[in-house]
Design a protein around this ligand. Structure first.
Ligand code: IPD
Ligand code: CA
Ligand code: CA
Length: 260
C-alpha cells in the first residue's frame, strides 16, 4: 500500500502542476462535449500525464478516466481518474477546481486523493487509515441541526426533464438549512464535507470519477455516504448523499422529501 500511496501523491501533484500552469495561462480554447459540458486541452494534458505515469509506475493496472475511457468492471487494480474536476470554473478562471484519483482493488476503493492546486489542499485517504489534508488529519463536523448546516450541491449538465426535481431539492433545502453553496467541483465538495467546512452534499447524475476518491476521503474522516433512498452507494449509481453522519437521516427525510 505504501507504493500505491506514493504513486497517488505523485500523480496528483504532477497533474495539479499541469492544471495550475493552464490556469495561469490565458485559456481561450475549449470544446463542448454537450451544450454546457466543456473540455479543455488541460483536461486532456492532465489525463495524458496521469495515464503515462500510472502505466510506468503500475504496469498492468487498469485505468478509467473521464476523457480517455475505460471500465469500472475491472478485477485487480483499477485507477479511477478525473483529470480536472471543475472544468466550467477553470474556463471562467474561478479557482475552485481539482484533480481526483482513486485506486480500487477488486472493486473496493483502497486509496483516494484530491488535489486543488490553487488553494494547495492535498487530501489523501487510505482505507482504514484515516484521511489527511496536507498531512493533518481531517474530520467531519459535529453539526447536528439542519438549521446550522451548510449544504453544498451540484447540478447536472443534462438538465432536460430534471429541472422540477432540482427545484424541489433546492426549495426543501432553503426551508431547512443555514445556507446553500454550489461550488463546481464534486470531488472537492466531498473533501470539504470530510474536513467539516460543509455538512451535507447531494448530487444527481454524478459519475464514478467525480466521487470515487472523495467518497473514501469522506468515509475515512467519519462521514456517511448513501444513495438518495438511503441504500448503499455504488460508484455507477449516478447519485450521492454525503454528510457528517449525524445529519444523514435528516438530510434524506427533509432535503430529499418528494424529490426521489
Ligand atoms: C463536474 C463538477 C461539478 C458537478 C458536475 C460534474 P467536471 O465535473 O464536479 O461540480 O456538479 O456534476 O460533472 O465536468 O468539471 O469534471
Ligand atoms: Ca468531474
Ligand atoms: Ca473532469
Amino acid at each position: 500500500m505504501n507504493e500505491i500511496m506514493n504513486v497517488l501523491e505523485e500523480v496528483l501533484q504532477g497533474a495539479g502542476d499541469i492544471l495550475y500552469e493552464g490556469y495561469r495561462t490565458r485559456l481561450d480554447t475549449w470544446t463542448n462535449k454537450g451544450r454546457v459540458d466543456l473540455v479543455t486541452e488541460w483536461d486532456m494534458k492532465s489525463e495524458h500525464y496521469i495515464r503515462q505515469t500510472l502505466g510506468r509506475r503500475c504496469p498492468g493496472h487498469a485505468i478509467l478516466g473521464e476523457e480517455g475511457g475505460g471500465s469500472l468492471d475491472s478485477s485487480g487494480y483499477l485507477w479511477v481518474v478525473d483529470p480536472l474536476d471543475g472544468t466550467t470554473n477553470y474556463v471562467h478562471k474561478l479557482s475552485y477546481f481539482s484533480v481526483s484519483v482513486a485506486c480500487l482493488r477488486d472493486g473496493v476503493t483502497v486509496a483516494g486523493g484530491v488535489y486543488a492546486p490553487v488553494s494547495g489542499e492535498l487530501f489523501l485517504a487510505e482505507r482504514g487509515q484515516g484521511a489527511r489534508c496536507n498531512g493533518e488529519p481531517v474530520r467531519v463536523s459535529s453539526v447536528s441541526a439542519l438549521h446550522e448546516a451548510l449544504f453544498v450541491t451540484g447540478f447536472p449538465y443534462e438538465r432536460e426533464g430534471r429541472i422540477p426535481m432540482l427545484q424541489r431539492m433546492v426549495g426543501n433545502a432553503l426551508s431547512h438549512v443555514q445556507g446553500i453553496r454550489r461550488m463546481g467541483s464534486a470531488a472537492l465538495d466531498l473533501c470539504h464535507v470530510a474536513s467539516g467546512i460543509f455538512d451535507i452534499y447531494i448530487e444527481f447524475e454524478i459519475k464514478p470519477w467525480d466521487m470515487a476518491a472523495g467518497v473514501l476521503v469522506l468515509q475515512e474522516a467519519g462521514g456517511t455516504v448513501t444513495r438518495c433512498d438511503g441504500g448503499p452507494l455504488t460508484l455507477d449509481g449516478r447519485q450521492i448523499v454525503a454528510s457528517n453522519g449525524v445529519l444523514h437521516a435528516a438530510a434524506l427525510d427533509n432535503i430529499l422529501k418528494g424529490v426521489v
